[in-house]
Design a protein around this ligand. Structure first.
Ligand code: PMP
Length: 441
């Protein structure tokens, strides 16, 4: 009997009792290898002693002070650290409690920026079809995930979508990556022109798509071309790094690898590492200045913004993430995970693509690898893999859905950055078994 409205009503979930490193233990003493960091949240591992100590120290001093009355050392120190680590020009930080809140705040910042600079006609948001930006109304409208949007469609604000950069399915066999990137940039430009360049506010994209496709990075050149198009028409570029940021892909910010600097960036998940609910929006000097020199405030706010315990915790998490040895492990273990998955699953007729960056890896499951034909959605292959993996003590993040008429079964792997080689081997072994068992069902 549960009194909680769980996301899926019906199945009985194990009760998590404790966690250490890359393992969660339930109340029956069963251990689960956390190969997806929950939903790509657990960045520095469970029960990291340095993070626990930072939390305790903050709790002993100050748990809460409303940001209308006070700032705190904890929030200021975190902001300072994030600005130090961020791509150049992202000099200000707005602290929230999670990813959807970060995206909502980012959209409102973009809108207010144009109001402040005397361009109130700019209101259109363009995003990409295969994307997820959160579950609140504005963030849900921005994402293109049809399944998540479906029943809420009538109450979503109008947004516009273009193709994602999804080379496995959409790049022509004879098309070079450069030509593909150019085609997608042309599509974005055409959409801006169709809507009226003076009326478009922002283009929103995940540098590496997470919760809709499973670790799909863009081809080289794509984001550089996107940046140029945005600049040409005065459109703000918002990069959503809620899932792929904070070291997940092997650099602190994912966009570093795409050589692009956005006007606004959103982060969450790995920022708090699961220890505290926290997200952040980083914004450029020009947006901050428009508020400072204009109305003198950002017309937004939530009760728990800048929460000191969350900030102090995230400050330690980010310190650990940014250590060279942490990023070295993400890159080494990410490469090991990729090559191990390729060795064990690469020849499977049901594995279409193995992809990703750092410790952010995705596997696309198909009925026929040569034709890339997906499984019939009614088989719910991704859900079966999740169940089979759990039965083998493996937490993975499978996802499925029909987008642009094509069904997809994807599995996302996003283990903690401190994972050791033997646990990477265990992920591969258990996942391969789970995939085979799910397909055999
Ligand atoms: N943006 C992206 C890219 C995400 O992956 C998610 C969560 N999966 C969100 C936003 C929403 O974050 P939250 O669940 O913390 O609200």
């Amino acid at each position: 009997m549960t009194r909680i409205l769980h996301r899926s009503i019906g199945p009985t979930l194990p009760h998590a009792a404790s966690a250490q490193g890359v393992y969660i233990t339930d109340t029956n003493g069963r251990q689960y290898l956390d190969a997806s960091g929950g939903a790509a949240v657990t960045s520095v591992g469970h029960a990291h002693p340095e993070v626990l100590a930072a939390m305790r120290a903050q709790i002993d001093n100050l748990c809460y002070a409303h940001t209308s009355f006070f700032t705190t050392d904890a929030a200021e120190a975190l902001a300072e650290k994030l600005v130090d680590l961020a791509p150049e020009g992202l000099n200000y930080v707005y602290l929230v409690s999670g990813g959807s809140e970060a995206v909502e705040a980012a959209l409102k910042m973009a809108r207010q920026y144009f109001v402040e600079i005397g361009a109130p006609q700019r209101r259109h948001i363009i995003a990409r079809r295969q994307s997820y930006h959160g579950n609140t109304i504005g963030a849900l409208a921005t994402g293109g995930n049809a399944m998540r949007r479906k029943q809420f469609q009538p109450i979503l604000p109008e947004t516009h979508h273009v193709s994602p950069c999804y080379a496995y399915r959409d790049k022509g066999a004879d098309e070079s990556p450069e030509a593909y990137a150019a085609r997608l940039a042309d599509e974005l430009e055409a959409k801006i022109l169709e809507l009226g360049p003076e009326e478009v506010m922002a283009f929103v994209a995940e540098p590496v798509v997470g919760a809709t496709l499973g670790a799909v990075a863009s081809v080289a050149d794509y984001f550089k071309r996107v940046r140029k198009i945005c600049d040409k028409y005065g459109v703000l570029l918002i990069l959503d790094e809620v899932m792929c940021g904070m070291g997940r892909t092997g650099t602190v910010f994912a966009c570093e690898q795409d050589d692009v600097i956005p006007d606004i960036i959103t982060i969450a998940k790995g920022l708090g590492g699961g220890y505290q609910p926290i997200g952040a929006v980083m914004l450029s000097e020009k947006i901050y200045d428009s508020f400072a020199n204009g109305s003198g405030l950002f017309q937004h706010g939530h009760t728990y913004i800048g929460h000191p315990v969350a900030a102090a915790t995230a400050n330690k998490v980010v310190e650990i993430i940014a250590r060279p040895e942490t990023m070295a492990n993400v890159n080494a273990m990410g490469a090991k995970l990729q090559s191990g998955l390729e060795a064990v699953l690469g020849a499977s007729p049901h594995v279409g693509d193995i992809r990703g960056r750092g410790l952010f890896r995705g596997i696309e499951i198909v009925a026929d690898r040569d034709t890339k034909t997906p499984f019939d959605p009614s088989r719910k292959i991704h859900a079966k893999i999740k169940r089979q993996a759990m039965a083998r003590g493996l937490i993975s993040y499978p996802m499925g859905g029909t987008i642009d008429g094509v069904h997809g079964d994807h599995i996302l792997l996003a283990p903690p950055y401190i994972i050791a080689p033997h646990d990477v081997d265990l992920i591969i072994e258990r996942l391969a078994d789970a995939i085979n068992a799910a397909i055999a069902e």
